[in-house]
Ligand binder design. Structure first.
Ligand SMILES: NC(=O)c1ccc[n+]([C@@H]2O[C@H](COP(=O)([O-])OP(=O)(O)OC[C@H]3O[C@@H](n4cnc5c(N)ncnc54)[C@H](O)[C@@H]3O)[C@@H](O)[C@H]2O)c1
Length: 487
């Protein structure tokens, strides 16, 4: 089935169309490019040499041809001018990408835009002439959204609700496409600023938190307690944490301590929070510069994982989640899902993301259910984190990417401890493939690493360290080793 994107020039139809085609694994067709191919000249030339009517007739011919395509199709801005075109578009899924005119003026490049030959301000006139026609279609408001955020918002209209429970006896976790929609008309929603900016229309009167690690502090905890008291929240009530791991950690902590525990439901919206932070019942806030210094263990009543939210993440944050999921796969022993799908992972193909989610969440649940309070086997999930934390503290580079660097160093450590496996190259190759080379190439010397590792809470005594050691893929053991051996 074709899916058409219509809208003013500069509204992102081509860029967003390509992202949607990558995510949905569908062909991408740019109608203007097809016209240029057929006529063997640029649109500007067609307009000046043959006139607009000639152009519009060809546009209609090519539009008709695309009706049988299973593709994402971006169209020229003026496609809606002809009734015949509108009737074709109406027969199929067609989305009007709305971007305010002021934003369009900033974005558009006049190159190859015949209608802008007298300047960009003509866009106002074009908009007022066409807006009635555009508004006849399903409008997606993309104000203040970047291309990935826009794609996620459109996917919310394209994809149908579908849910799958992750079978286990430990925690209620459900993967649900368009899962955020069930928050409509719910109260006590705590959401991060960016997530609210993108998906905010779904929520009624949410409590908006800032973005990032700084929200995990005691002042915020107090503010939320006050808010809950003001709203007369009782133990029977449910609070909803919607956002990345920082939100689930903070709301998990508040929800497990207020009145000795409320019902908590998480809607994790980063891949990292979906495969890791929201799974297993650990939550915490930072205190006096100590990360996760105050925390509790409490399994939320439900975790609803909506894979579509992963599409709006910043690239860097998305890859952080991939690294954490890959780490889980190294422990479990099945990294083929990652190695065989590098291209699909990079272009965020939805099916692959869902496969990764199903796999990584299940494995993490299997591990934590054997050791809910982090006394033994659960500690192997710290793989990559000993070096990773040192790297993160030293460079300030985000957590998941630092763990990727840490995985490389911990493979080297394993080799140094005498372990030999051809698997090591597979791990390194995958990380080299997804981590930016500027990160891989950063070198920390022994002293820099020690300085930060010594502050690591996993150190037993100062000269020894307990660290997960990869023997081979699927064989990771906790070992106590001399700190001296790390470098
Ligand atoms: N409790 C645990 O077991 C556990 C495990 C791992 C990590 N963590 C914690 O998780 C935190 C890191 O989580 P994180 O990486 O999700 O960081 P985060 O919560 O800071 O999110 C990263 C950024 O992405 C934005 N964002 C969230 N969802 C988005 C979306 N769908 N589209 C676009 N932007 C979006 C956020 O607003 C934020 O700016 C750390 O505090 C870490 O300690 C906890």
């Amino acid at each position: 089935m074709p899916i058409y994107l219509i809208g003013m020039m500069g509204s992102g139809k081509t860029t967003i169309g390509k992202i949607l085609s990558n995510v949905l694994n569908k062909k991408f067709i740019d109608l203007d490019v097809e016209i240029e191919k057929r006529e063997r000249k640029k649109i500007k030339m067609i307009f000046s040499q043959n006139g607009e009517k000639y152009f519009r007739d060809i546009e209609t011919k090519i539009l008709k041809k695309t009706e049988s395509e299973d593709a994402i199709i971006s169209t020229g801005g003026g496609i809606i001018l002809k009734k015949e075109n509108r009737e074709i578009l109406k027969k199929h899924k067609t989305f009007f990408l709305y971007v305010p005119i002021e934003e369009l003026i900033k974005r558009v490049n006049i190159e190859n835009r015949p209608l802008l030959k007298d300047g960009k301000n003509i866009l106002f006139k074009i908009w007022y002439e066409r807006k009635e026609l555009y508004n006849k279609f399903d409008k997606v408001d993309l104000t203040n959204l970047n291309e990935f955020e826009s794609a996620a918002k459109i996917l919310y209209k394209i994809c149908e609700e579908k849910s799958e429970k992750i079978e286990n006896d430990f925690q209620n976790a459900i993967i649900k496409i368009t899962g955020l929609k069930e928050l409509k008309s719910k109260e006590n929603i705590f959401v991060s600023k960016t997530v609210n900016r993108i998906y905010g229309k779904i929520f009624t009167n949410p409590y908006v938190l800032n973005d990032g690690e700084s929200i995990k502090n005691y002042d915020n905890v107090k503010k939320i307690y006050t808010y809950l008291i003001k709203n007369k929240i009782s133990r029977k009530d449910t609070i909803y944490g919607v956002g990345g791991g920082t939100v689930t950690d903070l709301i998990g902590f508040v929800g497990s301590t207020f009145k000795r525990g409320l019902n908590i439901k998480f809607y994790p919206t980063t891949l990292l929070a979906q495969v890791d932070a929201s799974i297993g019942g650990k939550n915490a806030v930072n205190f006096e510069n100590i990360k996760n210094a105050i925390g509790t263990f409490k399994i939320p009543e439900e975790v609803i994982i909506d894979p579509l939210t992963v599409i709006s993440q910043k690239e860097e944050n998305y890859f952080e989640g991939i690294v954490e999921a890959f780490k889980i796969a190294i422990i479990d022993g099945n990294i083929s899902l990652f190695l065989n799908n590098i291209d699909k992972i990079k272009r965020r193909e939805l099916k692959t993301i869902i496969e990764i989610l199903k796999y990584a969440v299940k494995v993490k649940l299997d591990i934590v259910s054997q050791d809910p309070y982090d006394n033994n086997i659960r500690k192997i999930l710290n793989l990559g984190h000993t070096y990773g934390h040192a790297f993160e503290s030293y460079t300030g580079i985000s957590h998941g990417l630092s763990v990727g660097w840490g995985l490389l160093k911990e493979v080297e450590l394993s080799e140094k401890l005498g372990n030999k496996s051809k698997d090591f190259n597979l791990i390194k190759d995958f990380i080299y493939n997804i981590l930016p080379s500027e990160i891989i190439n950063i070198h920390l010397d022994k002293n820099q690493i020690f300085k930060y590792i010594i502050q690591d809470k996993k150190i037993e005594k100062i000269e020894k360290i307990e660290i997960p050691i990869i023997k081979s893929i699927g064989n990771v053991d906790l070992e106590v080793t001399m700190l001296e051996r790390l470098s």
